[in-house]
Design a protein around this ligand. Structure first.
Ligand SMILES: NC(=O)c1ccc[n+]([C@@H]2O[C@H](COP(=O)([O-])OP(=O)(O)OC[C@H]3O[C@@H](n4cnc5c(N)ncnc54)[C@H](O)[C@@H]3O)[C@@H](O)[C@H]2O)c1
Length: 419
């Protein structure tokens, strides 16, 4: 007999977003029981539903586990204020710290609910001067007041949007048996809509995009002004520049498809040319670099950040080699982004996925299903995964975007500072 119980309340689009089913499933999965005390169903598309449940468990541990799981569905467990504890040492958290999700979160202070700004997962909530925000462990400083426990913290789960969007209907679905061309056409429509409404589109590309010949389509998309931000690593920039300077990618001639004699040194030569000039923008000013995607980014005023990794050759002096600094630059760049295209990079796509709010729409394209699947598992209802060659994806996307109104070209260039 379950002898411990706790009332919880969940409000939102509980039926069409599947929240109620997931909440019931979680309680049963953890071996608990529930009783519906009250259920009010929203009467139309806009109105939310509200349920009051009595959650029952056999011991305190089990009850805690169930309540923690229900938080992700927006359950309000009790009505006390959120507790904050001051940090005594930089980057060391109080034992009972609350770890965030990528869903919108609210904290209760003096009986009033406050939204947590800059919401992102795997962070802590800090209360400062009437405002709650998230910080990564590396950003936490002595004296910061960090949220602990679970009381007075409310998470708003991701719901289906009230208007039709391909992101709602195709998210978390990696089936091969769909017409990918039609899906990409819908994605193009969404990107055009985002730009028309003055919001931003970010791109996270990997170097396979250059090797596969997809760069010609991406150049068209950049020239049409559909991309505001590029977040990537050393290899994408290096191979793009190698192609611009020598017409090879990883030493393979891009006109014949054949490896060039001694071509393995080509990317090192390209790195050296750019570093000699003092970086990409300077190489462009000096006339060393006159084409390619990085050239186009600078020309179009696309804000780019190149984050370093242990695999890098060189790297280019434009690459930020301190990974905590690079992560901060990525986070800052992603602040107002509405859609992110993640193309053929596992490392940078997953890194960016972990920095995004659940409400940001993402499209992940990879030839292997592991990366799109991992990104779909973030709990977002706005993540589309497409398993295909990036060249095919971009060829269709470029053609479709041409049919839409051309957006206003972005502001003048700003680039990451070298570390
Ligand atoms: N020489 C160098 O400096 C060098 C070379 C390679 C990588 N790196 C660095 O290593 C890190 C990780 O690199 P990464 O993001 O390329 O590697 P990654 O392994 O993280 O991701 C590569 C992804 O591309 C996918 N892919 C390959 N061909 C594809 C195609 N035709 N269409 C669609 N998807 C395709 C793969 O399935 C894989 O998921 C980066 O920081 C990068 O800069 C450096």
């Amino acid at each position: 007999m379950a002898n411990l119980q706790e009332p919880v309340e969940i409000e939102g689009h509980l039926i069409d977003s599947g929240i109620l089913k997931y909440a019931f499933d979680k309680i049963v999965e953890h071996g608990g029981q529930f009783e519906v005390l009250d259920f009010r169903i929203g009467r139309n598309n806009q109105e939310t539903s509200k349920v009051r449940l009595m959650v029952k468990a056999f011991d305190q541990d089990q009850l805690e586990r169930i309540l923690a799981a229900l938080e992700d569905f927006g359950a309000v467990v009790d009505w006390d204020d959120c507790q904050f504890v001051a940090v005594h040492q930089d980057r060391i958290l109080p034992d009972d710290f609350y770890s965030t999700t990528n869903f919108d979160t609210f904290v209760k202070v003096n009986g009033e609910w406050f939204p947590v700004t800059n919401q992102r997962m795997d962070s802590v909530i800090v209360w400062d001067d009437g405002c709650a925000s998230t910080k990564k462990i590396s950003e936490v400083r002595t004296g910061d007041r960090v949220a602990v426990g679970r009381t007075g913290i409310r998470v708003k789960p991701q719901e289906r949007s009230r208007e039709y969007s391909v992101f709602d209907f195709m998210s978390n679905d990696l089936t091969a048996e769909i017409n990918k061309g039609l899906l990409i056409a819908e994605i193009a429509k969404e990107i055009a809509h985002v730009k028309e409404t003055g919001r931003k589109v970010a791109l996270v590309p990997g170097p396979a995009l250059i090797h596969s010949g997809a760069d010609r389509y991406l150049r068209e998309i950049l020239q049409m002004g559909f991309i505001d931000i590029v977040l990537t690593g050393n290899a994408f920039a290096v191979h793009d520049i190698e192609k611009a300077l020598l017409n090879t990618s990883l030493g393979v001639n891009q006109s014949t498809g054949k490896p060039e004699e001694g071509g393995h040194r080509n990317h090192l030569w390209a790195i050296n040319e750019i570093n000699k000039a003092g970086g990409i923008p300077k190489a462009i000013q000096m006339g060393v670099l006159q084409s390619g995607l990085m050239y186009e980014c600078v020309r179009q005023g696309v804000h780019y950040v190149l984050a370093g990794s242990i695999r890098d050759d060189g790297p280019l002096v434009d690459v930020i080699t301190d990974c905590v600094q690079a992560q901060k630059k990525y986070m800052a760049a992603l602040e107002d982004v509405a859609v992110v295209l993640m193309l053929a990079s596992t490392l940078h796509s997953i890194a960016v996925g972990n920095l995004l709010k659940g409400s940001v729409k993402t499209v992940c394209v990879d030839i292997n299903e592991a990366t799109p699947m991992k990104l779909s598992n973030r709990g977002s209802k706005q993540a589309i995964g497409i398993v295909t060659d990036v060249s095919y994806f971009l060829s269709i996307l470029a053609a479709e975007l041409k049919r839409h109104r051309q957006p206003v070209v972005a502001q003048p260039a700003s680039v990451s500072e070298p570390s």
